[in-house]
Design a protein around this ligand. Structure first.
Ligand code: AVJ
Length: 345
């Protein structure tokens, strides 16, 4: 490696803001389990095994979103590069293995990369590996729960004075209700700052035929069923609960009125679940055969509906790109037009 010494080897930097609060999680879960329609947040699908099962889902023939989004980035990457700001701080919301964002580095030429996830532990390996491939790009790993706010901490906020490119791929926005999605997009709009040209690049799954949607969320191999059922193993650990997997069945149904896939775990027989709440007190919930625990919503949008939502959140002139079958869309929405003739007063 004769040239290695010529690169002063840059290292990614890490800031952990979010701190997991086991008691708060137990409180939240207890409230949801005791509602008439029991429910729990889809975030509990992603323990270590759940995250690996989700990666397997993205490779299933029925699960088109990940693959379709990738083809849109391939076919329309150069048009996107025209739309997004040059030399931006690329802020990757829910970065995980950082693969989607890093595949855009060559086209988008960001000045700085900020990978955001709930824990920097998920980002460390990926960023250290990426830094070796992109030795001159400034990289940050940021551990925040951006579903409850998106204030960049001081070192990063101060540095990112130029244009910001917020990146939210994968149709993760689908987990929010339309009201929550609007509130979230307003937060993202605020996080873009005031610099002209800043904006949001976001992947959105589109409303389509019920059969296609239900197959994507109830695949023949049973990987999505395993992903959903694994949530019960996670709850057993978090709550010292006694869910038995054989008592539950995976369900995925498309609601054409609400335009959302609902995932449930349905009780195969009448049963009682017991667990410990945040105070350590014993709790229980009876489920009749056929009653369910609602584990996820995945909203589907129309092009027109999502364009309106972006505008309601304060973005202007949203642009979008889709695949030939219009299954999925990638939107670019800027906070304002880049000024071409200097600042106006
Ligand atoms: C990660 C929320 C985009 O809704 O398609 C995949 C999660 N759930 N299969 C989605 C998921 C079941 C996924 N998101």
């Amino acid at each position: 490696m004769p040239h290695a010494a010529q690169h002063p080897s840059r290292q990614p930097q890490f800031v952990q803001v979010y701190h997991e609060d086991q008691e708060a999680l137990r409180h939240e879960l207890t409230l949801g389990l005791l509602e008439p329609q029991a429910h729990c947040s889809p975030k509990f699908l992603y323990d270590a095994l759940g995250s690996r099962l989700f990666e397997a889902i993205t490779e299933l023939p029925e699960y088109y979103p990940t693959r379709t989004e990738a083809t849109i980035f391939k076919s329309h990457g150069s048009a996107m590069a025209q739309a997004v700001p040059r030399g931006a701080t690329l802020i990757d919301l829910g970065a995980g293995n950082c693969q989607k964002a890093s595949s855009l580095f060559d086209r988008f030429q960001p000045q700085r990369y900020v990978a955001v996830d709930i824990s920097v532990d998920f980002l460390r390996d990926a960023l250290e590996c990426l830094q070796r491939q992109h030795p001159t790009l400034e990289m940050w790993g940021l551990g925040v729960d951006f579903s409850s706010g998106l204030q960049l901490p001081p070192p990063i906020d101060d540095l990112a004075q130029g244009p910001r490119l917020l990146f939210y791929p994968g149709s993760s926005i689908g987990n929010f209700t339309p009201d929550q999605a609007l509130a979230f997009l307003r937060t993202v709009h605020a996080a873009c700052g005031l610099q002209a040209g800043s904006g949001l690049l976001i992947g959105v799954d589109l409303a389509k035929d019920t059969g296609v949607l239900e197959a994507a969320y109830d695949d023949a191999l049973g990987v999505t069923a395993a992903f959903n059922l694994n949530l019960l193993l996670h709850l057993n650990r978090l709550l010292q609960a006694d869910f038995r997997l054989e008592d539950w069945r995976h369900l995925a149904r498309y609601d054409t009125v609400l335009q959302r896939i609902e995932m449930h775990l349905q009780a195969r027989r009448s049963l009682t679940v017991r667990w410990r709440d945040d105070q350590g007190s014993a709790r229980e919930r009876r489920f009749m055969a056929g009653q369910s625990l609602h584990t996820e919503n995945s909203y589907k949008w129309t092009i027109a509906g999502f364009s309106t939502l972006l505008q309601q959140a304060g973005f202007r002139d949203p642009q979008h790109w889709t695949d030939d079958a219009q299954r999925f869309a990638v939107f670019w929405a800027a906070v304002s037009r880049p000024s071409t003739n200097g600042p106006r007063f």
